[in-house]
Design a protein around this ligand. Structure first.
Ligand code: ATP
Ligand code: LTN
Length: 331
């Protein structure tokens, strides 16, 4: 069977949470063996909200090290930094001309982020999904493994691909989102009806990939639940359901198995068990990330060869696009 092309990315916009791990990176690792994978660090997306330049640079390297520490093999995948491949911005420009303002205005993330950053509703924030479509379409990706919150953006990328193909002739493969059943929607520990987000101001709402054991256990202890003391999956019990999901994700069990395991137990013991499972899973990742960050030469080499691999694929698609739209290319 022919290998599928996979594309995904995470923004280096802060410390990653276990939501990013469960919804995205963890799945990328499983998928890298059977597919042709491109995994990027979306620093161009990150500057749609204000970033401190030195922090952005540091977060970029930390994220590269984290990808590898989580099990992404840079020999198997193209692991690279988005801004190092200029075709992303170039294709975005062309795609902008077939995307409507009204479509972008309706995007859930744009509406949320406009509210959150009311003093900085910049064009980039609105154009975010078009850049994301350019990322995906440049590599002719079949599948885009993401968490639930990015589904709408992958759907817009599909619409843009279909529209371009209809107008200019077959050019892009039409991608599909790949959303795993478990872990696609990890909720905030403080407001369990909201998603856990790395840009949440309340640090108790998130477990960061860099949190040490004491911090992890303390945050789970404070996690918002309810007062009926029953550990079961239910829409009426978003806090407990979220903790069960997290436990299942980090132990490799199903949510149903987790539910059975804790039936009849108290919230205190349950929260401690979840905290321990998460902290034990994070410790080896943290140690590996630290080791990798100490070897800048290795990391720089990985990112350079990843960018080169990506560049070759991206150049091919962009040249085809330029031909289709009638851009003069020299001969
Ligand atoms: P920000 O808060 O800076 O907007 P974020 O935490 O939402 O960031 P992204 O960089 O937007 O993270 O997302 C990276 C990947 O992680 C995406 O595939 C996204 O779907 C996934 N993801 C983010 N948050 C969660 C979550 N709470 N549960 C599951 N997956 C998530
Ligand atoms: N917007 C994504 C990150 C991202 C992405 C992509 C994901 C940028 N480009 C291409 C999949 C495919 C997010 O998770 N916030």
């Amino acid at each position: 069977m022919e290998k599928k092309i996979l594309y995904s990315a995470v923004q280096p916009s802060g410390n990653l949470t276990i939501g990013n791990y469960a919804g995205a990176i963890r799945n990328w690792v499983q998928l890298q063996n059977e597919n042709d994978c491109f995994y990027a660090i979306a620093n161009m997306h990150a500057i749609t909200v204000r970033q401190e330049p030195a922090e952005l640079r540091r977060h970029t390297l930390e994220l590269a090290a984290l990808y590898i520490a989580c099990g992404i093999d840079p020999e198997k995948c193209a692991l690279y930094v988005q801004s190092q491949v200029p075709q992303h911005a170039e294709l975005m420009w062309v795609l902008n001309t077939i995307t409507y303002v009204g479509e972008m205005n309706r995007m859930t993330q744009f509406k949320d982020k406009s509210q959150k950053h009311a003093d900085n509703i910049n064009m980039g924030l609105m154009d975010y999904p078009v850049l994301m479509a350019a990322d995906i379409l440049l590599y002719q990706a079949d599948l885009v493994p993401v968490g639930h919150d990015q589904k709408q953006h992958v759907e817009i990328a599909r619409d843009i691909a279909i529209r371009f193909n209809n107008r200019y002739g077959e050019t892009f493969r039409v991608p599909e989102p790949l959303i795993m059943k478990s872990g696609a929607k990890i909720a905030s520990l403080q407001e369990p009806t909201k998603k856990m987000s790395k840009s949440d101001e309340n640090i108790n709402a998130c477990i960061y990939m860099s949190d040490d054991k004491d911090t992890v256990i303390r945050k789970f202890k404070r996690a918002v639940t309810d007062s009926d003391n029953e550990i079961r999956i239910s829409d009426e019990k978003p806090g407990i359901t979220n903790l069960l999901t997290i436990y299942a994700t980090f132990t490799g069990k199903t949510v149903e198995e987790a539910e059975k395991e804790f039936a009849g137990k108290g919230y205190g013991d349950f929260k401690l068990a979840v905290g321990e499972a998460v902290a034990d899973a994070l410790a080896p990742i943290q140690a590996e990330q630290k080791k990798l960050l100490a070897d800048k030469t290795y990391l720089t080499g990985v990112l350079a060869s990843g960018a080169e691999r990506a560049y070759k694929a991206a150049r091919k698609t962009l040249s085809k696009v330029y031909r289709k739209v009638g851009f003069y290319q020299g001969e």
